[in-house]
Design a protein around this ligand. Structure first.
Ligand code: E4P
Length: 376
């Protein structure tokens, strides 16, 4: 740290615009801590240059003074106890992916990662799994499980308190008991696991027992408010937050406004005890993410590419933010109306059927099986 301050004393030019000095501070910080912690302009602006001081002041003195005053403690940075991202959103950000190297890269880029979600399609795309497949190797079910375990064990220490979601294998006939047995085992792989079950009758049965046993759950493939109401009812009494993942992009893909499902679920849950947290999923572009922030979804799981574009603009939506409910061709998406549902009704009473849940299960099965040998 002293080295940086000395360098600043020597080089920072009092006559220059403060913005160029901000860039200078950032570069110096990046050079010193490059491998350990990423700094961005916002961090430098908000943490090294006090807001109260006018831009016309002597920038060299300001930078030195504020660096010394803040006394950026190297050890504190390494412990992760310093909030580098001054404009970190309230919505927790999870990476939607299956590659630990990507998690590390994005963490360096944006300064933090609260958690991660994985699924069978993402695990099949993992670079090492892909390498095995390219070399002509197909996995046995045991090897597939070992690969999945190895991947989440690498990701686990990289993320914050939103944990790592691991998805059980489930086809349309998998019973709750079989899902539960897998969930129980997967939960032991890492200390911060969330087990993903589909929003089906059997998935909800598995979730109901899981929360009783203290297994954290993330209910995936959610496409309707009814499914989310059933998640709430089936997991009531859970001691730890339960996640429900409404899939925005896949609803958009068929012309429905996926963001409405997130909005409607959040509205419905206002009447509840807040034990279920909404995890906006199947995010395709920046506006999905910004709208999830604007709606105050508790969590959002985001592909690396979208986080890269978010990091460039580094934006949070303000009061003037308006979500444009259009598809990739600019066509208006069909609104999904809010329904009055009673969260205290038995979970079996809600209509769990949704075509996209069914299709989603089939797609996950296909991607999972694409990595397996025929005899597995
Ligand atoms: C996350 O938990 C989901 O599996 C993921 O967001 C699905 O995204 P996709 O619709 O892009 O496959």
């Amino acid at each position: 740290m002293n080295g940086i301050i000395c360098a600043l004393r020597r080089k920072a030019d009092p006559g220059k615009q403060i913005t160029s000095n901000i860039r200078y501070v950032r570069r110096e910080l990046d050079i010193s801590f490059r491998d350990r912690y990423p700094f961005n302009d916002d961090f430098v602006t908000k943490n090294t240059i006090p807001r109260s001081i006018k831009k016309t002041s002597n920038s060299r003195v300001l930078i030195e003074a504020s660096l010394i005053r803040k006394s950026l403690d190297h050890k504190e940075i390494l412990k992760g106890g310093y909030n580098m991202r001054a404009n970190k959103p309230k919505t927790k950000i999870l990476i939607d992916g299956g590659d630990p190297d990507e998690t590390l890269r994005i963490k360096k880029l944006i300064g933090f990662v609260d958690g991660q979600t994985t699924n069978p399609s993402l695990i099949a795309k993992n670079p090492e799994v892909q390498q095995l497949l390219a070399a002509g190797h197909r996995l046995t079910t045991e090897e597939q499980k070992d690969e999945y375990k190895r991947i989440v064990q690498k990701i686990s220490p990289l993320v914050g308190d939103a944990g790592v979601s691991i998805e059980v294998f489930a086809d349309l006939d998998t019973t709750a008991e079989r899902m539960l047995a897998q969930g129980q085992e997967m939960f032991s792989w890492i200390p911060n696991a969330y087990i993903k079950y589909p929003c089906t009758h059997e998935g909800l049965r598995a979730a109901h027992v899981s929360v009783e046993r203290g297994i954290r759950v993330n209910m995936t493939l959610c496409f309707s408010q009814d499914q989310a109401a059933a998640v709430y009812a089936a997991t009531s009494g859970a001691k730890e937050p339960v996640y429900v993942s409404p899939f925005i992009g896949r609803l958009d893909d068929r012309g429905d406004n996926g963001m409405d499902v997130v909005r409607n679920i959040l509205k419905m849950y206002q009447a509840g005890d807040h034990h279920v947290h909404v995890l906006a999923a199947s995010i395709r572009h920046l506006d999905h993410l910004l709208c999830s922030f604007a709606l105050s979804a508790e969590l959002a799981t985001v592909p690396g590419k979208v986080l890269e574009s978010w990091a460039q603009g580094n934006r949070l939506p303000d009061d003037s933010f308006v979500y444009r409910a259009i598809d990739s061709k600019g066509q208006a998406l069909k609104p999904i109306e809010y329904k009055e549902l009673d969260l205290n009704a038995p979970w079996e009473s809600f209509d769990l059927r949704h075509e996209l849940t069914r299709k989603g299960i089939q797609k996950f099965v296909a991607d999972y099986e694409s990595t397996l040998s025929k005899s597995a």
